[in-house]
Design a protein around this ligand. Structure first.
Ligand code: 13P
Ligand code: SF4
Length: 305
């Protein structure tokens, strides 16, 4: 079936099924174009927790679909590309969390949503790249455990010189790969451009950034900025919404190596089949879900900045 026709069929089927299609900012363009909401992890979790749709179709990676089920267990959560895993989420286990707690008694555990439900279930509160600073600011303790992303923890540490942020050695391979040399090369090629980085980038890359933000924070910054050119230090999928929203501005990838293959596994055909069959679903076991919900809910209750 040709692309536009399939997209129209999906929209019709979604209406019939009372389904909400959520897509992350890194999803392929043709998927973003059929979504009810395209957003960052925080926006998508909030929407999943507040919709009255009967079905949620999650176009993203597994931890995102799991989070949708954690906050909305009464809904069917469809996950059209079940192989789509986040490399960072696989780098931490519940045992790692328990070991960190034992080594640092009294330190609360802040878990990045880029983690699996079993890890969230061991945590005190979750965070995303959009609210990590607000989440840590809400905690009175001087020692805080922040996992699984070392780079996100080191980024947060800059905002809290009076606290000690203890981190785990996880990382996103597609952000950690960006080097200061890549940024310098991009700046030389585009001397008028601002460099915008995601907090999953290495500290030495963050040092070079004009602005640091979540994916939707980057979209907001570029939309509102009077600047015309931007070098984008995150997964290349974000270039599509950036260019779509700002046809008069120029966007350059900081590195062509920043491609998260998992985010590209969703296809229109898979979304159509998922809606038709109401499968494959993501279901978090209830015992894990209720414990993970505490940490996710506590995060969602923090006022947005
Ligand atoms: P955002 O929450 O900023 O969209 O980031 C999600 C992610 O997976 C980044 O790699
Ligand atoms: Fe995970 Fe990195 Fe992909 Fe984001 S870009 S989903 S952190 S592997």
């Amino acid at each position: 079936m040709e692309r536009e026709k399939l997209q129209a069929e999906i929209r019709k089927l979604a209406r019939d099924r009372k389904a909400l299609i959520l897509a992350h900012n890194y999803q392929p363009p043709e998927i973003q174009d059929i979504a009810d909401l395209v957003g960052d992890s925080l926006e998508l979790s909030l929407k999943a927790s507040r919709t009255d749709a009967e079905v949620i179709v999650f176009c993203g990676v597994l931890f995102m679909a799991e989070t949708a089920h954690i906050v909305s267990p009464e809904k069917i959560v469809l996950f059209p590309a079940p192989q789509a895993c986040c490399a960072m989420a696989s780098m931490v286990s519940p045992e790692d969390v328990r070991a960190l707690r034992e080594a640092h008694p009294g330190a609360p555990v802040v878990t990045y949503v880029n983690s699996y439900a079993e890890v969230k279930a061991e945590s005190d509160i979750c965070c995303t790249s959009a609210n990590v600073v607000r989440v840590i600011a809400s905690l009175p303790e001087k020692e805080i455990i922040c996992l699984p992303d070392r780079n996100l923890a080191l980024y947060a540490q800059r905002h809290f010189p009076e606290k000690r942020i203890i981190y785990h050695e996880g990382f996103c391979p597609f952000h950690d790969v960006l080097s200061p040399e890549d940024v310098k090369r991009a700046r030389e090629a585009h001397p008028e451009a601002l460099f915008i980085a995601h907090p999953e980038c290495r500290p030495e890359v963050i040092d070079l950034a004009d602005h640091v933000a979540s994916t939707s924070g980057m979209l907001r910054f570029c939309r509102e900025s009077p600047h015309r050119e931007f070098i984008i230090g995150t997964e290349v999928g974000l270039l599509y919404p950036l260019r779509k929203q700002n046809p008069d501005k120029k966007f350059y990838p900081a590195s062509e190596k920043m491609i998260c293959e998992s985010m590209k596994l969703t296809t229109l055909e898979l979304v159509y089949q998922a809606l038709e069959n109401l499968e494959p679903r993501v279901v978090v076991p209830e015992e894990v879900r209720v414990r993970a919900l505490r940490a996710v809910k506590r995060m969602l209750e923090i006022p947005r900045g």
